[in-house]
Write a protein that binds this ligand. Sequence first.
Ligand code: 4NP
Length: 212
Amino acid sequence: MESNLEQGKVKGKVTAKVEAKVKAPARTLKVLMVCLGNICRSPTAHGVFERLVAGKGLRDTVLIDSAGTANYHVGKSPDPRSIAGASLRGFDLSGQVARQVSSHDYEQFDYILAMDAENLVAMQSKCPPEHRHKLRLLLSFTNSRRLSVPDPYYSAQGDCDGDEDGFELVLDLVEQACQHFLDYLIAHEFPLEFTSNPSHSPTPSFKGGAAK
Ligand code: 4NP
């Protein structure tokens, strides 16, 4: 027969387990950020969203990756201009390696977010119908009228010398949209966890509309 002390210990353990279940989201969510080359826009979205998710204590719950619809830069690091601009805002993109979207991704990921309409359409034509609902534009989570993150890689003259402002605009748009997307996930995917744990206050939404 267990002593009261031992019973108390067991009860304490059971209570702790129940609380942990309420606070820790019960499942993981996988998010894939997609652009054309996977060296500028989607690595930026990947790095920005990774930090926002970690800030909410969801690092082990929301898993993030990025890929390109084209294979031009597979195996390369993000563009140095993306790494430098992101670093100035405290986002580390330096460990990322470019890869191409694979047919497996459509099954594996819960949200597949394209940076622009062309890449959305490219994926829609390849994605099996049962997974097509996962495909969205990242900027569709904002209240901005702009729906695509412009490609900063090429300038008007061509020849991969897009100006610095293009990379700053990518960061502005992506930061804002990732905040909105995180608010959306918290509201729609983890509502119980966040209402039962006051330390997870919702991210304030942006009021300003389009990026700075
Ligand atoms: P991203 O930008 O799609 O944002 O990575 C581009 C990078 C490279 C090329 C096009 C877009 N490219 O044609 O090489």
